[in-house]
Every structure is written in C-alpha cells, then in structure tokens.
Design a protein around this ligand. Structure first.
Ligand code: ADP
Ligand code: MG
Length: 244
C-alpha cells in the first residue's frame, strides 16, 4: 500500500450553481497532521466531508488508503470505516451512557461482541482521560468531556485517518485545552489527522503542514513555520492578522 493516506485529485464540489471547491489537489502522507485554516465559508467543512464522501464530489477523485471513494464500484461503507470523524457538535446519543455510545457502532457495524466492544471502548476512554466515566449519561458530561467521548468513539472503530471539523469551536474556553491535549497525544502516536481549526497555536505546534484555503482553492500549504510564521500570500497574511 502506498505511503499516502489520502490522495485528492482535481476535486470540485458545487451546490447547485455555487462552486464551493474549485479544484483541490492534495496528498496527505500516512502519519501526517494537516491543519486546515481559512475564512468562514471558504470550503473547509466541504473539503473534509468529501474525504469520507459525506459530500459527493462533483468531479475529481478522493482516494483513502488506496481505495477510490469516488469509484461507483467502491464499497463506500467499508471505505468509510477507515475514516473517523469528529464534529463541532459532538453528535453523541444524549440519552445513552458513555459506554453504549462507544460500543454501538462497533457492534452494529464491525460485528464485535459486547465484551470485545467494551474492552476497546474502555481502552479508548482511558486514552481520552475519561476512565471510569463509562456509566455516565452522555448529556450529563461537560462539552469538553462529550467531545473527548466523541473522539474515543471514533477511535473505537480503528480508523486509519481521523477528520476533525472545528472540534473545539463549541466549547467553553476552559475546556478547549483537554480536547487539544487528546489530539496532541493522537498526533504523537502517529495518527493521520486532518484538522479544521481556528486554534492557530495548536496548528503551529502540532501540524506537520498547514493548509490555508480561501474561496474553494488552496492558497498556501506548507510547514507551520512557513504558512503561519512567514506566509507568502497576502490573503494568508490578511486572514492570520484577523485571527491571531
Ligand atoms: P467552511 O467550513 O469553510 O466555513 P463550508 O465548507 O461549510 O465552509 O461551506 C462553503 C460554502 O458552501 C458556504 O457558502 C456554504 O454556504 C456552502 N454550503 C455548504 N454546504 C452546503 C449545502 N449542503 N448546500 C448548499 N450550500 C452549502
Ligand atoms: Mg466549517
């Protein structure tokens, strides 16, 4: 298998007459942490959602783990299993306890036994710093804890790639650090991660590369020391001046 986790070629995405992604070419090597920054409405979420085909590309190809997600013959459900996604809004089953949230898809989608699923769930709860909270009702946890449960849930499916769409944007400021800490740990363990974030400091410290997108096009991509530390494009400089 190639060293690339994700290969995006000539990706265009339109919603009706509105073209939101205007030709994206991007290769993400295995183990890379890529942070995606850019103005609101620039196409960040759409780009991320095209990676696991939550949005179907209008044209172009998206290959994940050597599987062409855009090939009509591709088993999308199988391919999607290798991609974990964490949203701004957690999307937990509020009425279920934490353990049930973590075991449901493992059992239904992967066909794991209850015992196996619980073992995986408990290991991942520990990884996100929530050991012992398995019996808590999801809705009773803080936002930061819920987001860490959402990360543990995604990890419990053994993904090869993790997508994060503004995972800390809905959190009270004092809860952001714990979630970013879990993401740092994952990055250090070598997980391939595509992270849409406004946390420029996190991007500076954790990203291998930073991608600045504006108006559906990649404006600049490179190491944080370049894209954040010494941006070459005026649009990147203007954006950073607004968020830093
Ligand atoms: P970002 O995440 O960078 O803020 P998005 O990818 O969410 O941007 O959206 C880019 C543009 O695409 C926006 O103008 C948004 O309104 C539009 N858009 C996103 N999803 C849809 C959709 N399902 N239908 C129509 N327009 C959409
Ligand atoms: Mg978005």
């Amino acid at each position: 298998m190639s060293d690339a986790a994700v290969v995006i070629t000539g990706l265009h995405k339109s919603f009706g007459p509105r073209e939101v992604l205007k030709g994206i070419d991007l290769t993400v090597p295995r183990g890379e942490v890529l942070c995606i920054i850019g103005p609101s409405g620039s196409g960040k979420s759409t780009l991320l959602r095209c990676v696991n085909v939550l949005e179907e590309p209008t044209s172009g190809t998206v290959v994940v783990d050597g599987r062409d997600m855009t090939d009509p013959d591709c088993d999308i459900d199988a391919a999607r299993r290798s991609v974990g996604m964490v949203f701004q809004s957690f999307n937990l089953f509020a009425h279920l306890n934490v353990l049930a949230n973590l075991t449901l898809a493992q059992r239904r989608v992967l066909g794991r036994s209850k015992a196996d699923a619980e073992k995986v769930a408990l290991a991942n709860l520990e990884k996100v710093g929530l050991a012992g909270r398995g019996e808590a009702q999801a809705a009773q946890l803080s936002g930061g804890q819920q987001q860490r449960v959402a990360i543990a849930r995604a990890l419990s499916m053994d993904p090869d790639v993790m997508l994060f769409d503004e995972p800390t944007s809905a959190l009270d400021p004092e809860l952001v650090g714990d979630v970013l800490g879990v993401m740092r740990t994952l990055a250090a363990e070598g997980m391939t991660m595509l992270v849409v974030t406004h946390e420029i400091q996190f991007a500076r410290e954790v990203a291998d590369r930073v991608l600045f997108i504006d108006d559906g096009k990649i404006v600049e991509i490179g190491p944080p020391s370049e894209v954040i530390g010494n941006p070459q494009q005026q649009r990147t400089r203007d954006f950073l001046a607004r968020v830093l």
